[in-house]
Design a protein around this ligand. Structure first.
Ligand SMILES: [Zn+2]
Length: 314
């Protein structure tokens, strides 16, 4: 039985939505400034055209964009709809985290673990993945400031609150929590590293970027090695979608006998890795026991058998 009433859920989820939009507003600053190597705390927000200060009232997430009718108050420079979209998306992600952790309770509701720490932990993961994705999408750069922070934060909080990670990666002791996180980092980074090396040998081109190693290391630190491996496979699957979409004009061009221009921009993998991690996290309470755990049990048995740890069958 859940001790919360639905009013409490509604109240906390609404509060988290507003916190999310404010965090999203800060993410916009990070997405804009980090690739330019600018500080994210100084100076305050200014219009890039007229350099006019953006006051507190013009800096309210989502609402200001609507009231200003998507333009700077001074110079009428258009403000991209991406800013309020990222603010709203962060708010919605935080609400989704709340329900995954507090309502479905696969993460934070276990004995001895705080649901508030779990919600906070996973909100940080969502914010990081969103910012990393947008910067990777814009510049094909994975910002080290964010991935390094993510790895350290994931390991640290995962050690302080060892039960915070999803089902098979929960731990009981501080050392156990740190171990689970470190294993996640090594396996997550290792999967991409192996694909990079093998892909380089087979295709003679870079199959995955070095930044993708860091992204999956963050996912491993936060969610454990199982989720990191599954994130990798799901992202490869999601990454096929735009390739298939691109295939349509290619086929049309081929069939109509026109030249195909292959110089089209390469799509970075970071957003797909992030998307996969978010989908897995939000569905984990259902997907892990129903889809993945049986295979994991077989895999674990095989590993134990190879190590000679299984009892001999009569
Ligand atoms: Zn302006």
């Amino acid at each position: 039985m859940n001790v919360y009433e639905w009013q409490v859920h509604l109240f906390l989820a609404t509060g988290l939505f507003f916190i999310g939009t404010v965090v999203g507003s800060f993410l916009n600053v990070c997405i804009y400034r980090l690739p330019l190597q600018k500080s994210v705390i100084w100076p305050d927000s200014r219009c890039p055209n007229c350099l006019g200060r953006i006051g507190a009232l013009e800096n309210i997430p989502v609402l200001s964009w609507l009231f200003l009718r998507a333009a700077c108050r001074n110079c009428k420079l258009k403000i991209s709809a991406r800013y309020p979209a990222i603010e709203a998306a962060t708010g919605l992600l935080f609400v989704a985290v709340y329900f995954a952790d507090a309502y479905f309770g696969s993460h934070g509701n276990r004995p001895g673990s705080s649901v508030y720490v779990a919600v906070f932990y996973h909100c940080v993961l969502m914010a990081l993945l969103l910012a990393i994705s947008m910067i990777d999408f814009d510049w094909t750069i994975v910002p080290h400031e964010l991935t390094n922070f993510g790895i350290v934060f994931g390991l640290l909080v995962g050690a302080i609150e060892p039960a915070v990670r999803p089902a098979p990666s929960g731990a009981l002791t501080m050392l156990g929590g740190l171990g689970v996180g470190l294993l996640g980092v090594v396996v997550g980074a290792g999967v991409v590293w192996v694909v990079r090396v093998v892909g380089g040998l087979v295709f003679r081109r870079e199959a995955m970027g070095a930044g993708d190693i860091h992204i999956l290391a963050v996912v491993g630190a936060f969610m454990g090695w199982q989720a990191a491996v599954l994130t990798f496979f799901l992202s490869a699957f999601l990454g096929l979608v735009p390739s298939l979409v691109k295939l349509v004009p290619y086929l049309i061009k081929r069939l109509t006998g026109r030249q195909w221009n292959p110089s089209e921009r390469e799509i970075p993998l970071g957003p797909f890795l992030s998307m996969a991690a978010v989908v897995l996290f939000l569905t984990w309470h259902w997907a892990w026991p129903k889809l993945f755990e049986p295979y994991y049990a077989i895999f674990a048995w095989l590993v134990r058998d190879l190590l000679g740890q299984n009892p001999d069958l009569p």
